[in-house]
Design a binder for this molecule. Sequence first.
Ligand code: NAG
Ligand code: NAG
Ligand code: ZN
Ligand code: ZN
Length: 367
Amino acid sequence: MEAITFTAKTKKLELVQSPVPKVVRSDDVLIKVAYSGICGTDLHIIQTVLYYIILILTLVSLVIFLLKGEFPCHPTKTFTLGHEFSGTVVDVGSDVFIVKPGDKVSVDPNDGCKCCNFCRSGNPHYCRIGGINNTIGIYRDGGWAQYCVAPACQVHKLPDTISLEQAALTEPISCLAHGWDIISPVTVGKKILVIGAGVIGSLWVCTLHLHGHRNVTVSEPNQIRLNMLKNLNTGYNLITPDQLRKNQQEDPDYLFDLVVDCSGFPPAIEHAVSLLQRGGTLCCFGVAPPHGEVKIKPFDIYMKEMKIFGVNINPFSFPKSIGLLEAMGERYLNYDKLGIKTFPLKQHQEAIELLKKGTIAKAIFKL
Ligand SMILES: *[C@@H]1O[C@H](CO)[C@@H](O)[C@H](O)[C@H]1NC(C)=O
Ligand SMILES: *[C@@H]1O[C@H](CO)[C@@H](O)[C@H](O)[C@H]1NC(C)=O
Ligand SMILES: [Zn+2]
Ligand SMILES: [Zn+2]
């Protein structure tokens, strides 16, 4: 089969021919991959190796780097990337009962060790053992391949109402579902600002609109991305950060009850804090660079009773995501509307280039 493998040491991304993996363990599920997304994290993994090489120059920094556990993927093994994928079951181990060959599924790449105190307290995403060493497509072979093996408890059967195409978005939307739980309740009528109109910003727009929210402003410097959002036909206020600043200067009451940051860009987050209404909530959803910083006045936190939430991946949120996918349907989850383009595996370089240029919101391999 064809697969795209990555080696961190040599930062080599390669399209290879490899044997189709087999069901070995009794809980293994062999999946024929249908759609497999390229996520920001993947670009980060591929690029971080550059930082890694720079860091080698200073051995001390390297040691700190490794001790802090910031290494984002398997450091030594050559593995197949891809942690956002859907497909059809072709074979199952003897203990697998939740899915059978022919079932359409999507795969949750994350799992905890199930035995540490975090896992036992319902927070597998904090797990230090299973979490980081296990992720499918980051440590274990993932879905940028024609076939992939996953443990049954990470395989979710899809209802007939969800297409394999839409299901490639289950993982990103499961992270949104987790975020939604954290910031809920968000009562209709709240004034909401979404920062960043990449595909994650667009999916937040879909989620907010689906839940009945109508006064939503999206701030994004890239006019192409901003225009892409018009396809979703939500009537939301789509503006640039400059316009945002101008509105703020003209009207002291131009404030938001909820800001969802999807940019991870520290200056934008710092600006957003100044736009929070009293009692307001800041949701840090976009992944900021590990050493990025923002200045916040503790006085403002006190005065406004500000709430700041982080959202880290997707504990127990795949079923919720599948519910959202079903409710959103074609109205929202249409690749053209979302600016998603599909590619065959062999065009991976082109896909990555277009993503970096920002002319498409997301690239998904179609197998
Ligand atoms: C997980 O990774 C850490 C750091 O790379 C390593 O020390 C540890 O032994 C690994 N745990 C397992 C269960 O493989
Ligand atoms: C929407 O929210 C903005 C930001 O607070 C506010 O200026 C505007 O008046 C609101 N619009 C409506 C129709 O409520
Ligand atoms: Zn991802
Ligand atoms: Zn654990």
